[in-house]
Design a protein. Sequence first.
Length: 161
Amino acid sequence: MNRKSFTVGALALLAAVAAHAQVTITDPWVRGTVAAQKATGAFMHIKADEDVRLVSGTSPVAGVVEIHEMAMDGNVMRMRELKGGLPIAKGAEAELKPGGYHVMLMALKQPLAAGEQVPLTLTFEGPDKKTFTREVKAPVRALGAAPTGGMGGGMPMQHKH
C-alpha cells in the first residue's frame, strides 16, 4: 500500500468515526442478583451532542438485553420494552434509574455479585439512522444498594413484553 492510498484510507476512517454523535455514559451500575434470579437492571446517565436513540444492547452475562421503561398504569407499576428505543435529545441527559428507564438484562447466565464488572455494548441510532455502539463496564452493586423507590418501589409490578 502506498503512502497516498494509506492517507486517503485513514482520512475516510476518521470521517466515519467523526460522523457518529459524541455519547457520554457516566455512573453505570448493575443491580446484583441472588442465585436463581434470571433478570436484573443496568442503570446510568447518558448525554449526547446530537439527538440519538438508545436502541439495543448486548452483554456476555445475559442472553437477552432490552431497553425498558417502568410507568404507572392505574395503581400498578408496569415494566415494558421500549420498542423504538429511548430517545436522548441533544444536550439533554437521560437518567436510567430504578423505577424508570433502564437496560434490562434477562436470561442471566450466572448470578451477579457486588464488585464484579458487567461488560455492556450499547447500540445507538443517530439522526442519520446509522447505528453505532459504545462499550461500558458497569460495576455490580449489592442487591440492597439501590436508592429508595427502586424498581417496583414496593408497589405491584407487572412485566410486559
